[in-house]
Design a protein around this ligand. Sequence first.
Ligand SMILES: Cc1cc2nc3c(=O)[nH]c(=O)nc-3n(C[C@H](O)[C@H](O)[C@H](O)COP(=O)(O)OP(=O)(O)OC[C@H]3O[C@@H](n4cnc5c(N)ncnc54)[C@H](O)[C@@H]3O)c2cc1C
Length: 246
Amino acid sequence: MRTRAVRDGTDWLITGTKTFITNGTTADVALVFARTGGPGHRGITAFLVPTDTPGLTRREIHGKLGLRGQATGELRLDEVRVPDAARLGPEGGGFRLALATLAKGRMSVAAGCVGIAQGCLDAAVGYAAQRTQFGKPIAGHQLVQQLLTAIAVDTAAARLLVWQVADLIDRDQPFATEASMAKLFASEAAVRAANNAVQVFGGYGYIDEYPVGKYLRDARVATLYEGTSQIQQLLIGRALTGVNAF
Ligand SMILES: Cc1cc2nc3c(=O)[nH]c(=O)nc-3n(C[C@H](O)[C@H](O)[C@H](O)COP(=O)(O)OP(=O)(O)OC[C@H]3O[C@@H](n4cnc5c(N)ncnc54)[C@H](O)[C@@H]3O)c2cc1C
């Protein structure tokens, strides 16, 4: 749902709902992007809203596929009154702020996905060496090696894309499109890697005795938050062509 903020004297009144907010039930302050003007980028303003402000309610989301150790909240803002001092940056400057924040967030999601993929590789290689079927370790079956190879290549490629973004940041160069590329590839690669790791583990991949089932559940959300894979593709496509296909 859209979040809107309207001026009321020297204050702002903010109304809206945001369903999935990481640590939303524990945070002391919420960073809220609200529409304060007409359509388009310049109509969005950022606010820092203390979560104990009257009108702001929140509840914990239960029943997630993965990330079960992390609190996810739903925040509802019903005419939440904040002073103009709660505005972060200029009026209408929220979109620019969001882009800068999201680009680094995408880089960190991508880096986390490299960690998941590497965990899948380590677990799958280790299991393939010790599990014996048809008289030899399953690592000696060509089709199992194919699965391991796919995980390794996905992991290495994702890592290099993340390092590319890190290098650009270190050199103070623009990195938003490269962060989208890294996030798109690494999140999809982590899901593929975890899925392939479950396959290497056979039935044991499907139960909690080994970690790869959890890796799959945890990786899945990475293609959804900080901009879905489709949104990353639209961002990259726009950067390539100059045409906005949103
Ligand atoms: C556990 C969890 C934690 C999260 N934490 C946060 C958080 O802390 N902060 C935060 O801001 N967000 C967070 N998110 C993400 C956020 O809540 C939304 O889930 C996310 O922005 C996607 O929006 P949506 O779920 O409404 O999907 P929708 O926007 O309804 O998308 C549904 C589908 O349509 C596609 N789609 C939508 N628009 C287009 C388009 N223009 N072109 C092509 N395809 C399109 C999407 O890619 C997707 O496949 C979190 C999500 C989860 C699951």
